[in-house]
Design a protein around this ligand. Structure first.
Ligand SMILES: [Ca+2]
Ligand SMILES: [Ca+2]
Ligand SMILES: [Ca+2]
Ligand SMILES: [Ca+2]
Length: 390
């Protein structure tokens, strides 16, 4: 950063009449990525204060037969590509070139999905064909006989697929995400890909469209709704409690050592309706007085605290609601109360809820920890405690 800030001043200061300095060629070229996919848009920046000939006007570089910029892949190139100064006196020149790949069928329908072409003069709107494993090189003839270059790799990527959660309730909304920059076929528009989703209860499943999250993200999302009772249809997937659901994306743009015609199913799964893991741990509940002293034999009209020791076993903070239900031995609920809170990762906490027993007898205290009233998913096994009030 220091070099970037200091050297331009030295170069411009040393130059008379804003001619390029043959002996101190200073024009760092940068691309916005080190590795591009075959249909990426390449953003180019060249810092070249020596070429800021007019400090009151926008200068250009590259569109000059004597001092050209050439942008090339192994088989195609753009010559005399123009870059334009970002503001009148910045000495920074920028432009864009869109890679256009080669003819290839990316979804197995037998039709090519790309439009390979090379052309354009800059600063934007240039197109450049590329192979799967290729290099991108920009050369700039900074001064006579002084050529500066910068290169980047071009390759395909193995796609990734993930569910938004590892476990879903039946009837819950499911989001499937695919990351595959190779399927951002048009960096100026939202692209789509197809995903197969199935469950144990419907192994044929559904084929859904995943839409790119923005014009140039290479990240695709599809939303599904699970249904226990209804058949699969469009974005609805029939799945029952206990099922595993699977989402699958066929990647037909695989990097070496795969061949160009290879394909690979990329899949992920999640479970439905069952909770094999609990994120909060409840310890045995107990009674105390208001000072925290444990009470073994509670009495009628004694103000009791019901203590629920809980611990977050997750590495993320966890919102919860703790519900205490007290039932008499005749089966009627005599008290129900709740407290909401958040536990930091691994945090332990004792939740205290008060109760004043108004009749002698045997009671059952149950402690539940849910995610929330709106999302009544158990975060822990419930704790049950029998007590006798004398
Ligand atoms: Ca200028
Ligand atoms: Ca196709
Ligand atoms: Ca796109
Ligand atoms: Ca790919």
């Amino acid at each position: 950063m220091l070099a970037l800030l200091l050297i331009p001043m030295l170069v411009t200061g040393a130059l008379d009449g804003h001619q390029p300095d043959y002996y101190k060629p200073y024009a760092p070229i940068s691309f916005d990525k080190e590795t591009y996919s075959w249909t990426d848009k390449v953003h180019i920046t060249i810092v070249s204060p020596a070429w800021n000939s007019n400090e009151y006007g926008i200068d250009t570089i590259g569109d000059d037969s004597q001092f050209p910029i050439k942008i090339s892949t192994s088989s195609h190139n753009l010559s005399q590509y123009k870059l334009v100064e970002t503001s009148a006196n910045s000495g920074i020149f920028s432009g864009e070139v869109t890679l256009t790949g080669f003819s290839h069928d990316v979804d197995g329908d037998g039709k090519t999905d790309t439009n390979p072409r090379t052309g354009g003069s800059g600063p934007n709107g240039g197109f450049l064909e590329t192979k799967r494993d290729d290099g991108l090189t920009l050369s700039f003839e900074f001064a006579e006989g002084v050529v500066l270059t910068k290169s980047a790799h071009i390759s395909w990527n193995v796609g990734q697929i993930e569910f938004s959660k590892t476990n879903y309730l039946t009837d819950e909304q499911v989001i499937v995400k695919v990351i595959d920059p190779d399927m951002n076929l048009n960096p100026d528009a939202v692209d789509n890909i197809k995903i197969d989703a199935s469950s144990d209860s419907d192994v044929a499943g559904v084929n859904v469209v995943a839409t790119e999250t923005s014009d140039d993200s290479g990240i695709f999302e599809a939303t599904l709704r699970l249904s226990q009772n209804e058949q699969s249809n469009a974005n609805r997937l029939h799945a029952k409690s206990g099922d595993t659901i699977i989402a699958k994306y066929k990647d037909m743009t695989l990097p070496a050592p795969y061949s160009i015609d290879d394909e690979q199913d990329i899949s992920t799964n999640a479970s439905v309706g069952t909770f094999t893991e609990h994120s909060l741990l409840i310890d045995k509940i107990y009674l105390s007085d208001s000072l925290g002293k444990q009470i073994q034999q509670p009495h009628l009209n004694q103000k009791l605290q019901i203590i629920t020791p809980i611990q977050n076993t997750e590495l993320n903070p966890q919102n919860f609601i703790n519900i205490i239900q007290i039932t008499s031995d005749s089966g009627s609920v005599v008290s129900i109360s709740w407290i909401t809170g958040t536990l930091d990762k691994s945090q332990k906490f004792e939740i205290s809820q008060s109760w004043l027993p108004k009749q002698k007898g045997q009671y059952t205290i149950e402690a539940f920890v849910w995610k929330s009233f709106d999302d009544p998913r158990p975060l822990s096994k419930k704790q049950i405690q029998q007590i006798i009030v004398q």
